[in-house]
Write a protein that binds this ligand. Structure first.
Ligand SMILES: CC(C)(COP(=O)(O)OP(=O)(O)OC[C@H]1O[C@@H](n2cnc3c(N)ncnc32)[C@H](O)[C@@H]1OP(=O)(O)O)[C@@H](O)C(=O)NCCC(=O)NCCS
Length: 171
């Protein structure tokens, strides 16, 4: 799929070594919403995780606007679930962030879709799981409006919700 034509705003592609600096200093914290710092922290740590050969995957959005650089990042992995912890693996979105001045243009939706499709390509399909702070209205609304996500309380953390989203298979 030619991601670059989608939305006309950004190119969506897999992280490359040359993106390291931009991702390590990526900014998506929203003033007044401390919980958005967690996503930023996970994103900034991702290049080191990749360097240490963990299973983390990263895709980025690059603006077509000249010199804007990396404007969105998604960090995801295949996570073992089940009692034995190796029974099954599911796609897990660890963090999704879009730079504040590039929001509400569909970039967050494209990045999450790209992560889900990439995981499906690798044979890690089924519903994609993420943990979202209860007060994170942008992320919760994105999941509901774009992915008709299922939302449940997180038994391990009362401030979070467990969000499960799926996409229709594409030919
Ligand atoms: C959550 C986030 C990634 C969304 O990125 P985005 O590129 O703005 O998302 P999209 O443009 O794809 O939004 C799709 C839909 O989600 C909903 N949405 C997004 N932001 C919203 C907001 N601030 N308020 C209400 N609904 C919102 C809308 O339904 C929107 O569609 P619309 O613009 O046509 O109304 C971005 O706000 C962000 O980086 N937040 C800080 C980091 C964070 O909290 N990440 C999530 C936890 S890991």
């Amino acid at each position: 799929m030619d991601w670059s034509s989608l939305g006309g705003v950004a190119e969506i592609r897999a992280y490359q070594q040359s993106d390291r600096g931009a991702v390590r200093s990526f900014r998506c914290e929203t003033p007044g919403q401390n919980f958005t710092r967690d996503a930023q922290r996970v994103i900034r740590r991702a290049p080191d995780e990749i360097a240490s050969e963990s299973d983390v995957e990263v895709w980025i959005a690059v603006a077509e606007v000249r010199d804007a650089g990396v404007v969105g990042v998604v960090v995801y992995l295949a996570q073992a679930i089940g009692v034995e912890l190796n029974q099954e693996t599911r796609p897990f979105i660890a963090a999704l962030g879009v730079r504040q001045e590039f929001r509400r243009r569909g970039i967050g939706t494209l990045l999450k879709t790209a992560a889900m499709l990439d995981m499906a390509d690798r044979g890690i399909d089924g519903p994609t799981v993420s943990l979202v702070n209860r007060r994170n209205i942008p992320m919760l609304t994105l999941n509901q409006s774009r992915f008709e996500a299922n939302v449940e309380p997180d038994p391990d953390d009362p401030s979070d919700l467990v969000v499960t989203a799926a996409i229709e298979p594409v030919d």
